[in-house]
Design a protein around this ligand. Sequence first.
Ligand code: HH2
Length: 262
Amino acid sequence: MGIVNVTPDSFSDGGAFRTSDEAAAAARRLLGEGAGLVDVGGESTRPGAAPVSEDEELRRVEPVLERLEGLPVSIDTSRAAVARRALALGATMVNDVTALRRDPELAQAVAEAGADVCLMHMQGEPATMQDAPRYADVVSEVASFLEDRLGAAVAAGIREERISLDPGFGFGKTPDQNLELLRGLERIVALGRPVLVGLSRKSTLARVTGDERGHVGSDAASVGAAVAAFDRGATLFRVHDVALHVEALAAAAAVERGRVDS
Ligand code: HH2
């Protein structure tokens, strides 16, 4: 999954595009590099980010989605109105960092469209989530949250085979909590749904490479973390540098198979 942020303030590439044409061209490039899907988002969820209005979110993503009709697109939103518009324009997946908790109508919008959905764990809200995240046992708590949200999504009429789960790296977690969660990823995989990970350029990766204050991890560190997640059973990777991840994960998958051809 290649990332296309249409936001002025996302943590690593906010404000990267001046026009919808530029954003759509970047999305096509990521697909050309081997992404199976591009994730288009109009509201930053980085730590400290303020929410944007529904009108503003729609104004940002709609022209990009129009330019990507017919291509595999996921919409990074927690709002039913934005999801409905994106699904009408051909998006096939809704990536909701609130796991269907923010907008009570979103589950129905996904169910009615028969779309895929990714349910992500977050402790708190983006504005304050990094203030003092606390867990007795981060792996168990995230697993049990995702199990509950999976149940809620199915109860709302979304078919289980449409649902993927995401532990939500960086969303209300310290660097050590992110690493403990990644080390224990098999517990999330054991819930029986595909697991998506968003580790790309997250600030925990800046910490592990000795950058004490940086907010953006390197692509090399991102690839290392993605391969560690792959080894623990993750199958979906939300990334900025698609070409690097495609090559690294092709190598990791070939090792797993023990032969060149799949
Ligand atoms: N991380 C961000 C946004 N959306 N969705 C999922 N499923 N998993 C993630 O880990 C995830 C996500 C990060 O926030 P943002 O500020 O939008 O930065 P970027 O899109 O550059 O990663």
